[in-house]
Design a protein around this ligand. Sequence first.
Ligand SMILES: Cc1cc2nc3c(=O)[nH]c(=O)nc-3n(C[C@H](O)[C@H](O)[C@H](O)COP(=O)(O)OP(=O)(O)OC[C@H]3O[C@@H](n4cnc5c(N)ncnc54)[C@H](O)[C@@H]3O)c2cc1C
Length: 362
Amino acid sequence: MRESTDVLVVGAGPAGSTAAMYAAEKGVSVTLIERRGEIGSPVRCGELVPSDEEIRGMFPSVEGIEGLFDMPRSLRVREIEGIGLNDPRGRRSLIDFTGYVTDRDRFDSHLASKAEEAGAELVTGCMFKRAAGGIAQTSAGEIAYKVLIGADGPWSRVAGSLGLPKNRSPYPAVTAQAEGDFDPYVEMFFGGIAPGAYGWIIPKDGRANVGVGFSPKFASGPVGGYFDAFAERHGFKLATKVSGKHVPSEGMASRVASEDGMIVGDAAGQVIPVNGGGIPLALIGGRACGEIAADRVLRGRPLSDYQAECERIFRKPLDVAAGNKRLADALAFRSDFSTALCMRLLGARRMGRMIRCGRLFP
Ligand SMILES: Cc1cc2nc3c(=O)[nH]c(=O)nc-3n(C[C@H](O)[C@H](O)[C@H](O)COP(=O)(O)OP(=O)(O)OC[C@H]3O[C@@H](n4cnc5c(N)ncnc54)[C@H](O)[C@@H]3O)c2cc1C
């Protein structure tokens, strides 16, 4: 690892690799450090990526979506044609939704390679510990930086070092791959099987990504127990180990930029509170903070521009989604009965709006 760099990015998930690539493309030196030895592995994600149209609908202020989400065809493992919403009584409503399912390990590796091709130095097996006064301490030694980017996931250490807020109550979620043939619909299961969140079946090629997330305040045991019950109910034949992580659940942090650093992706709470989707936001936020970091090094651009850009793109949709989530917590997620009743009253059209960060009652 270099002894000094213009931009130090911590975490080679989608947010960090995207930030590193856009910063390096502008010609500044970039070091991207990742604590895992192998990028993207093990997979801890449902692997669903919404289509450009869906992303544009959710975040209408984003520009240049086509270039940002232009992935090789080989990373589109399965096209999705809709989402089945299953209530605790077994009633299913189908809503239109387009997107594709990827292999997250290959997806993340692809993004990290693009960052390297743009000129970023990638250091794997390197853990960020803390930073102060333009020097970061890592497991591979010290490195001096001009701008620090925290793309280090829901429990961001960088946020702490920069004096920025951390996620308060992320939800645990676990996932595995199940063998079998599945229809081209994402299935979401609500109720006691996944209290305060949902279980999912996301079809892939000859298998599916299956998983469960929950809200700790509604649950009465570890997430692994809920996953086992979900797997048993559906008779899944698992092809991989169950692996988990936490998902930010409250919307974007109030502050995402300090004097010499920024946080992005899960580290900044850039996740849709009603469904836990964060891949598109990681790419959108990653591009913004990568470009602004380089501009800061090259011509002194203030990092407060990143705060302004995040407010412009994310604040309203994520606040609406967080409000809908609080409403669901208060009214729907109390019991299977109330979940089924609320889903029935809302109907498929309003549920579809909810999933897309839209207002329930215009
Ligand atoms: C079970 C589950 C299912 C999900 N399903 C979906 C889905 O289907 N679609 C979707 O859009 N979103 C989904 N999400 C959310 C999505 O995975 C995240 O929003 C997305 O990964 C955020 O990207 P990121 O780069 O911000 O963070 P991450 O992908 O978490 O990357 C952070 C990286 O930082 C590294 N790191 C952490 N700390 C340090 C450190 N101290 N030093 C060095 N490196 C460090 C980590 O190893 C990791 O590689 C799911 C999440 C979970 C948990």
